[in-house]
Design a protein around this ligand. Structure first.
Ligand SMILES: Nc1nc2c(ncn2[C@@H]2O[C@H](COP(=O)(O)OP(=O)(O)OP(=O)(O)O)[C@@H](O)[C@H]2O)c(=O)[nH]1
Length: 348
């Protein structure tokens, strides 16, 4: 069981990206908080006691928040407060110190793209550009004010383009991570989510669902005889044939070298058995055309309908055991998993 769980429990691209974003936002808040602590000392030394106390409070709050939320998502309210407070400090600084006060606006503008995700970052950066630009024009000679407002707007525009490109790249990466490049089918990364959805629908609406584990027979022999590239061509054609029979809402995954998982929502054992037979005969009864030869390939399948109180690992194991049984009984056949022994629901 542990092996099945390990095989399918890969972190998804989304999980990895989420963890990365949490780390970046946390680090920015750390850096911002510590910078404020240092700045407050500088303000004390300059004799600006009021400003120093305000910055010190902000510094203590944000280093505390960064420490408290380590490894977790920092709540939006804290992030808004972080950017908001630094914006107020920067505006006061521009107003009081003129050009010297502008320096902090640039890193703050860039930080918006990291502290808020996607379009929220663009909106925050645009808002800050407007606030700083207007303050600069108002508080400085017009020549300086316009220059500062323009450079801030350029940074905002470049950052926004970067965010849009990054979100496109993210979509592409996600697609690549969940797609098997040889067959174009989904790979195992989406399996857990799809099975959990099916289990949810069963528990909530009593909708049946059945899975099939399908494995090509003696594929090693085919590879050894015709070569790996030839084997690849056959795998592609098998994937096409499997898809040609299935319904739109059925899903096929390539979960191993020559192993496929088919998920049939709204389908019970009897109906799934018919589909499995169809898949088996579609593969076994028509030759495959490789580059240099035509070959006959057979397919073994294990079918398992979801049974109450099963976990997704147990469900997969049931289909896997049925597949093993099909292999053991001579291959090129369909085996249906035995219904699991009655079990009472585990306490929530
Ligand atoms: N061409 C090709 N072969 C692959 C790929 N992934 C795995 N294989 C091969 O698939 C074969 C699987 O061999 P086995 O696990 O022994 O299974 P089998 O020969 O099909 O035997 P049974 O499953 O018991 O019928 C190995 O030779 C792998 O190298 C792939 O992407 N392309």
């Amino acid at each position: 069981m542990a092996q099945t769980q390990k095989k399918f429990m890969n972190s998804s691209a989304d999980d990895l990206l989420r963890a990365f974003k949490i780390k970046v936002t946390g680090n920015i808040i750390w850096a911002g908080g510590i910078t404020e602590l240092i700045l407050s000392v500088a303000q004390f030394l300059l004799g600006n006691t009021g400003q120093a106390v305000a910055i010190l409070c902000a510094g203590v709050f944000f280093t505390g928040a960064a420490w408290f939320y380590q490894g977790r998502r920092v709540p939006i309210l804290v992030r808004v407060m972080f950017i908001g407070l630094l914006t107020i400090i920067s505006v006061i600084s521009i107003y009081k110190n003129g050009t010297i006060g502008v320096y902090w606006t640039y890193p703050l503008l860039v930080a918006c793209f990291f502290v808020f995700s996607g379009f929220l970052g663009i909106i925050a950066a645009a808002l800050l550009t407007l606030i700083f630009g207007v303050t600069a024009i108002y508080a400085m000679p017009l020549d300086d004010g316009w220059r500062i407002a323009t450079t801030l707007a350029i940074i905002c525009a470049l950052g926004s383009v970067f965010v849009v490109l990054l979100s496109e790249l993210q979509k592409l990466l996600r697609k690549l991570v969940v797609t098997d490049t040889l067959t174009g089918l989904h790979n195992r990364h989406l399996v857990t989510g799809v099975l959990e959805d099916a289990i949810y629908r069963f528990r909530r609406y009593q909708r049946p669902a059945t899975i099939m584990m399908a494995d090509l027979d003696h594929f090693k022999q085919l590879n050894d005889t015709h070569g790996h590239l030839f084997g690849d061509q056959i795998l592609k054609q098998v994937a096409e044939r499997l898809q040609s029979v299935l319904r739109r809402n059925d899903q096929v995954f390539r979960v191993g070298g020559e192993e496929f998982l088919v998920v049939l929502p709204e389908t019970g054992n009897a109906e799934a058995q018919v589909v499995a037979e169809k898949l088996r005969s579609l593969v076994s009864e028509h030759s495959f055309n490789g580059k240099d030869a035509n070959v006959d390939v057979t397919l073994s399948l294990g079918v398992a309908q979801y049974a109450e109180n099963q976990t997704w690992v147990e469900w997969l194991n049931a289909a896997d055991s049925a597949l093993m049984e099909a292999k053991r009984k001579g291959r090129n056949q369909v085996q249906v998993a035995e219904a699991p022994a009655e079990r009472t629901a585990e306490p929530a």
